[in-house]
Design a protein around this ligand. Structure first.
Ligand SMILES: [Zn+2]
Length: 241
């Protein structure tokens, strides 16, 4: 099993080569997760299809997306297997939810399809059906859209006046800064002692709080990013004269 990385909405992607052996231990334990099946080799699919469909529906999968040639056929098999083990009463009942994408034929297209997955869980498991070489290549290609997604999601155009990270899309939208928790009411960096009604404190107080506790206000401590995750935003420290 390989850890591929995180996307822009903090979903963690893992990949594994499916070689007729079910994976019983998952890093996230018994939590529900979403799953993508990459069909890289039809001959391999014919050998492992029943076993893989059984593995997918016996695991705590909430959503299964199949990409590559014969994706629709395999997706039907997952639904039928789910009925067979009693997980759902009829094909299409949605346990797990299933979708497929046969248009995605190259590894790059398959990777795009996987990273655009609609499932809502924190962990996404990608099973690669093919040779070990296919698995290595697929894992490498898959980490690219994840990285791009993460970077586009984290790097913003505007600098937060409270924590100095580039975490703001557009000033004054009343959204919380992901780094310090400030409600973006459009306060300018030079209005150091102006009281912010939205936040209940001044910029001077909030900047001091961020330096000492890591959030503009203690009430936001639970919602802000950890110091390690802050590094994804560009940061240029500023000080007042
Ligand atoms: Zn901030």
């Amino acid at each position: 099993m390989r850890y591929l990385g995180e996307d822009g909405v903090e979903r963690h992607f893992y990949s594994a080569h499916f070689d007729n052996k079910a994976i019983t231990v998952l890093p996230w334990g018994s939590d529900l997760f979403d799953c993508v099946v990459f069909i890289c080799d039809l001959a391999c699919l014919n050998v492992v299809a029943d076993k893989l469909a059984g593995t997918v529906v016996n695991a705590n999968t909430d959503y299964v997306h199949v990409v590559g040639p014969r994706a629709e056929w395999f997706h039907d098999l997952v639904d039928a297997t789910s009925v067979c083990i009693g997980r759902q009463a009829h094909v299409g009942d949605g346990s797990p939810m299933t979708t497929w994408d046969e248009e995605a034929s190259s590894l790059h297209e398959m990777a795009r399809s996987a990273s655009a997955l609609h499932g809502g869980h924190d962990y996404v498991f990608v099973w690669v059906v093919g040779s070990w070489q296919d698995f290595n290549k697929a894992s490498e290609v898959l980490s690219v859209p994840l990285k791009e997604d993460m970077e586009s999601n984290y790097n913003r155009d505007y600098q937060c006046p409270w924590c100095d990270y580039f975490s703001i899309d557009e000033p004054g939208t009343q959204c919380n800064c992901r780094v310090c928790g400030w409600i973006d009411d459009g306060t300018a960096f030079d209005r150091l002692d102006t009281y912010s009604d939205s936040n209940g404190l001044t910029l001077r107080q909030a900047r001091a709080n961020f330096r000492t506790i890591g959030a503009c206000d203690a009430k936001h401590l639970q919602d802000v990013l950890s110091p390690e995750k802050r590094d994804r935003f560009r940061h240029v420290a500023r000080s007042h004269p």
